[in-house]
Design a protein around this ligand. Structure first.
Ligand SMILES: Cc1cc2nc3c(=O)[nH]c(=O)nc-3n(C[C@H](O)[C@H](O)[C@H](O)COP(=O)(O)OP(=O)(O)OC[C@H]3O[C@@H](n4cnc5c(N)ncnc54)[C@H](O)[C@@H]3O)c2cc1C
Length: 432
């Protein structure tokens, strides 16, 4: 009981402080909007990667940088890929939920004055840290004063979405939905949060399908405390999902829909969804003719961006950062890394990525204006998770200081509040 009270106080304090900060930011943004004057040759801060971490960072910079400075955001994709919605978009065919997964980028963020922001839809192919240049794949060379790496981890998308094109992504989701709809039995491999969400989405959306979830460990969603495992087991059992723990999948026969376990046991299904990733969120889906969906994990690239000094790259290919989110090497004080690519030790989550993007943006502005930088202190948000357990229920699991608590939130919204994300990007969501 006492631990619940302490956690509730901690959570309330965190939410209150984030809301207050947001309000103060808005006031500051308004003043900035009316006082910032564009410069003919601004000094540039380049942010590479416009997703949860990079976009948040660039947005905040565009709203707070002093005159004479500008943020340049480079991104390969034409649309913001709202990955949180990908698992549900793969399952649910009743509504065109996949229409919400690709969000157009704005010309410039809200409250960003003219001249403070530039979006380049190009891949950054190389960096020269001595000359402080970024080379784009079209041959353009951009000079930077500060560089923010927000390139995420490769392979986070389902394998069917190799294309950068929205239309092909939408076709892919539609194909998956039909295949899941037509399958009588589905095996989901991988009991991380996404595997559990997918299994429960399938049982909530379709009555009468046989769903089996296979997990290689004894503890579902093993990145979190055992109470989350217990709550997920309960939700899966209530949904009629058969759960097999401590079993590895040895092979999947794509031609006949058979999954072979390490014990030699054979399972048959019309659809196999495998989410057995190395990270807690990994999802890679492969479809065969015989209604097979295979998802495996993503891994960091050996070098996130050619030209980066090897000193800042960890053996797993992430960027080693200090508590200010600067690349952890004395020779690169003007390089920051945020989100999944940064080796912060926290779970790879969009919410954490956004918070890190904000801290890096604030620290760059503080450096420019000669103030002390702030420390990135992961807190209760980074250790907690809000996951769906069926179409209309969210399980919120809060951890902190060795304690944890959970609550169930019911909702009519089946789109995971995607409209909020659209509006954050200044776009009006389509009605689905
Ligand atoms: C299926 C799934 C469901 C998830 N659900 C949730 C959830 O419900 N809640 C949650 O908090 N987290 C969730 N996550 C985790 C979350 O999506 C990631 O933690 C988050 O995407 C990390 O954000 P990021 O900005 O660091 O990197 P990413 O989102 O990976 O983005 C990196 C960006 O950089 C761009 N890029 C890469 N290289 C270059 C280059 N050389 N030049 C230009 N651009 C480049 C990429 O195109 C991409 O847009 C989920 C993840 C998956 C896979």
């Amino acid at each position: 009981m006492l631990s619940k009270i302490l956690l509730t106080i901690n959570l309330t304090r965190t939410i209150f402080s984030l809301l207050t900060q947001r309000l103060l930011d808005r006031l500051q943004n308004l003043i900035h909007f009316h006082t910032y004057t564009p410069h003919a040759t601004p000094k540039d801060i380049i942010v590479i990667g416009a997703s949860y971490a990079g976009y948040t960072c660039a947005e905040h910079l565009s709203q707070t940088l002093p005159p004479g400075w500008r943020v340049v955001l480079t991104e390969i994709n034409e649309f913001f890929n709202h990955t949180w919605l990908f698992p549900r978009a793969s399952v649910m065919s009743r509504k065109a939920i996949e229409q919400l997964t690709y969000i157009p980028y704005p010309i410039r963020p809200r409250y960003a004055p003219d001249g403070s922001y530039l979006f380049r839809r190009r891949k950054a192919s190389r960096v020269d840290t001595e000359l402080q240049h970024i080379h784009l794949e079209d041959g353009a060379v951009l000079a930077y004063e500060y560089l923010v790496l927000a390139t995420g981890l490769p392979g986070r998308y389902p394998a069917g979405i190799n294309s950068l094109q929205r239309d092909q992504g939408l076709e892919y989701f539609a194909r998956l939905q039909t295949q899941i709809k037509e399958a009588r039995s589905v095996i989901v491999i991988g009991g991380g949060p996404v595997g559990i969400e997918v299994a429960l989405d399938v049982v909530s959306e379709y009555v009468g399908k046989e769903i089996t979830l296979i997990h290689s460990r004894g503890h579902l969603a093993h990145g979190y405390g055992v109470r989350l495992h217990v709550a997920c087991m309960r939700a899966l059992s209530e949904g009629g999902v058969k759960v097999i723990l401590n079993e590895r999948v040895k092979s999947v026969d794509a031609t006949c829909g058979h999954v072979k376990l390490s014990t030699g046991e054979d399972l048959a299904a019309e659809a196999v969804v495998s989410l057995s990733g190395r990270g807690s969120w990994d999802l890679l889906i492969m479809i065969t003719d015989n209604m097979q969906i295979m998802c495996t994990g993503s891994a960091p690239a050996s070098n996130p961006l050619p030209g980066l000094p090897s000193e800042i790259i960890t053996p797993t290919g992430m960027i080693s950062v200090n508590s200010y989110l600067q690349a952890d090497d004395a020779s690169t004080p003007n390089i920051f890394a945020v989100g999944d690519i940064a080796d912060t030790g926290v779970k790879k989550m969009g919410r954490a990525a956004g918070l890190q993007g904000l801290v890096a943006a604030r620290n760059i502005v503080r450096r420019i204006t000669g103030r002390n930088m702030m420390l990135y202190k992961p807190g209760i948000i980074e250790q907690s998770i809000d996951m769906t357990v069926g179409l209309h229920k969210h399980l919120i699991h809060v951890e902190g200081g060795g304690r944890c608590m959970q609550f169930l939130r019911r909702t009519k919204d089946e789109t995971l509040r995607a409209a909020d994300m659209w509006r954050m990007l200044g776009a009006e969501p389509p009605c689905v």
